[in-house]
Design a protein around this ligand. Structure first.
Ligand SMILES: [Fe+2]
Ligand SMILES: [Fe+2]
Length: 375
């Protein structure tokens, strides 16, 4: 009746969020669990009634509910879910073996958040689940104070726009990104950044969450060491755009632990730097310093970085700041293949394991900033 698709040890060692799959068909449950396992932790049930009690103990971040698993009609079931605090905010994706139009209208009538008509592609399944998890995070922003809320909404809006235009091969004007980062510059200037960091932590669009997290801490770092405009805005926009090339990297590579990369996958992952530059260089009015942030955030002082293996003095100062913040954010974010490190653990890796790679004097200032901020 109940199947977990990861062992307890695997679960503890991953940063994956839980998705419940409720479907009467054993083969379908198995297929869905298999499709989701690289990205999400799954728990499966063959009928909706049996799912409620165990899920109440550990509510999932999204539920796929198939008509075949329902005793009540779908409307009654979702109404019953919404009355329970544990499930009030869990998105429900209604699935059924019928034509798309009827599944869509059935989903609308029963109050589901989204739908999938069987058979569906793996890519559609993942896209719908990810979007629903992100939307449930975005709904919580509505209760935040206006400065962090505006910063989150405005950066999400422009980041989504960048993803869309990039896919079509169209540039985005720097002025658009600069305007969209205005609320972020203002919020961090007023030291209202904690809600922003918290607001992106559970967002399911990893690229967006990482880019805004990086932009926020980079900006705070800039304010802390006394930088002024236009450098502050440059840090915000540079943080938001520094990894846009990753939007063209296949998710199978992005979600794979780097330690298990083949030589080819290493190359693909590292290609996000030239891909970012190729795109940004076509965008009107992108400042040279922003291009340096994007170009050099993976370069390391000892020459071990990529893409050029630049050394010490050759590295731009804003790019040195960006590499410190970028590494810190990477380590403190949860990934599908590992849980996040806390701030102390991340700083230890950066001072001990990466002593020759990062500007340690600058890292000292960054550490002080985090201590002052109480992180
Ligand atoms: Fe990067
Ligand atoms: Fe990055």
């Amino acid at each position: 009746m109940l199947q977990q698709h990861l062992s307890a040890e695997e679960t503890a060692a991953s940063g994956k969020v839980l998705v419940a799959v409720i479907d009467a068909s054993a083969s379908h449950r198995r297929q869905v669990a298999q499709a989701l396992t690289p990205i999400y932790r799954t728990i499966t049930f063959d009928n909706a009634d049996a799912a409620i009690a165990p899920l109440r103990e550990a509510p999932p971040r999204a539920m796929l509910v198939d008509r075949s698993a329902l005793r009540l009609d779908a409307y009654q079931f979702i109404k019953m879910l919404r009355r329970q605090r544990s499930f009030a905010e869990v998105p429900v994706i209604f699935t059924d073996n019928a034509d798309e139009g009827s599944v869509q209208s059935a989903a609308r009538e029963c109050g589901a958040d989204a739908y999938l008509a069987k058979p569906y592609r793996r890519s559609s399944l993942i896209r719908v689940i990810s979007r629903q998890i992100s939307k449930s995070v975005e709904r919580k922003w509505e209760t935040l104070p206006s400065l962090p809320r505006n910063a989150l909404v405005s950066t999400l809006d422009v980041f989504t726009r960048i993803s869309d235009v990039m896919e079509k091969g169209e540039p985005i004007a720097y002025a658009t990104v600069l305007t969209a980062c205005g609320p972020l510059v203002e919020a961090v200037g007023m030291r209202e950044y904690k809600d922003i960091l918290k607001g992106v932590r559970d967002h399911d669009n990893y690229s967006y969450a990482h880019s805004v997290g990086t932009a926020t801490l980079l900006l705070l770092f800039g304010y802390t060491i006394g930088l002024k405009e236009p450098d502050l805005s440059l840090l915000a926009t540079g943080g938001l755009l520094h990894d846009v090339g990753k939007l063209s990297i296949p998710p199978e590579v992005l979600d794979k632990p780097p330690a298990s990369f083949t030589a080819e996958e290493h190359k693909v992952m590292q290609s996000h730097v030239p891909l970012t530059l190729q795109y940004l260089e076509r965008c009107p009015d992108i400042p040279k310093k922003l291009l340096a942030i994007a170009a050099e955030h993976h370069e390391r002082l000892d020459g071990s970085g990529y893409p050029l293996g630049l050394k010490g003095g050759a590295l731009n100062e804003l790019a040195r700041m960006a590499s410190i913040v970028d590494v810190f954010c990477e380590l403190s974010e949860k990934r599908t293949y590992r849980p996040p490190l806390d701030a102390e653990q991340a700083l230890r890796v950066m001072t001990v394991d990466m002593a020759a790679k990062l500007d340690q004097k600058m890292l000292g200032l960054f550490r002080e900033m985090l201590l002052d901020a109480g992180n």
